[in-house]
Design a protein around this ligand. Sequence first.
Ligand SMILES: Cc1cc2nc3c(=O)[nH]c(=O)nc-3n(C[C@H](O)[C@H](O)[C@H](O)COP(=O)(O)OP(=O)(O)OC[C@H]3O[C@@H](n4cnc5c(N)ncnc54)[C@H](O)[C@@H]3O)c2cc1C
Length: 282
Amino acid sequence: MTVSTYFQPDSLPEALALLGEHGPDLLVIAGGTVAMPLINEGISLPAKVMGLRRVGLGGIEQRGDRLAIGAMATLTALTTLQEVPLLAEAARHTASWAVRNMGTVGGNLFTPPPGGDVATALLALDAQVELVGPAGARLLPLSGFWTGFMTTAAGPDELVARIVVPVAPGRHAFVKLGRKAANTPAVVTVAVRAAMDGEAVRDVRIALGAAGPHPLRSAGAEAAVEGRALTPEVIASAAGAAAEDAQPFSDQVASTWYRRRMVGVMVGRALAQLASAEQRGA
Ligand SMILES: Cc1cc2nc3c(=O)[nH]c(=O)nc-3n(C[C@H](O)[C@H](O)[C@H](O)COP(=O)(O)OP(=O)(O)OC[C@H]3O[C@@H](n4cnc5c(N)ncnc54)[C@H](O)[C@@H]3O)c2cc1C
């Protein structure tokens, strides 16, 4: 254990001041479910740590037709969100109750692959990230937040304060393939959201998790279904496009080859769900 100083600021300005004072030497911790195991195993060796529990970012509030979710909201708090059922479903498929009670939505944006199941759903929902720093707050689309493996557009003096999610009618599907039925890292995660025009798909978003250095959208799969009815042929074409768009990797969970195959299969399943009678309200 290397940690010699633990800061627990009582407000966001205090947290930002500490970040400005100590810079990259200060490790930020939210729920600690990713960060603490790395410290305990000696993989991460920070001398100074700052916990965000008391900075007042745990709330979820409606802002017009959007939901502003505090970065410190727990995954458990998301599981019952009726306004955004895709997000609730993704949270219920993330980790276990114990981890969901500690882990936060903000922390999920920084979770290394194959994690980030909630982040994958947020990408399909066109969420925005509110970053706060010494210069104030700025909003950026989640699609522009990740810049590579474990790198983001957040500056070293910025924190994620909120995630802003549009609340819009439409259909959704969330499919996660793991090696177990529950509490399992993803082989592949697929989150889909679409507005519908009769049986034609409009404004579709198809997000892939555990299929690249961070959650990513499949432009090819989206183009294959946009404006079309979800026939078996259209679904098969989208599934093939998603497998091509994926940037899979090998780890202890699955190989690159298997992940690419499963991206196609899971996108096919997710789109079949989107087309199902249940989603039509029949
Ligand atoms: C047993 C187990 C099972 C798991 N299963 C899953 C799973 O199925 N799916 C999944 O997606 N994840 C899974 N996880 C990973 C993790 O629990 C979740 O991703 C969780 O949401 C991480 O949030 P946290 O608050 O604990 O992050 P932390 O560990 O507190 O933080 C991770 C990093 O994110 C950064 N960070 C966090 N909050 C902020 C902020 N507000 N501003 C700036 N930087 C910040 C910090 O740099 C920090 O080092 C699992 C973890 C464990 C231990």
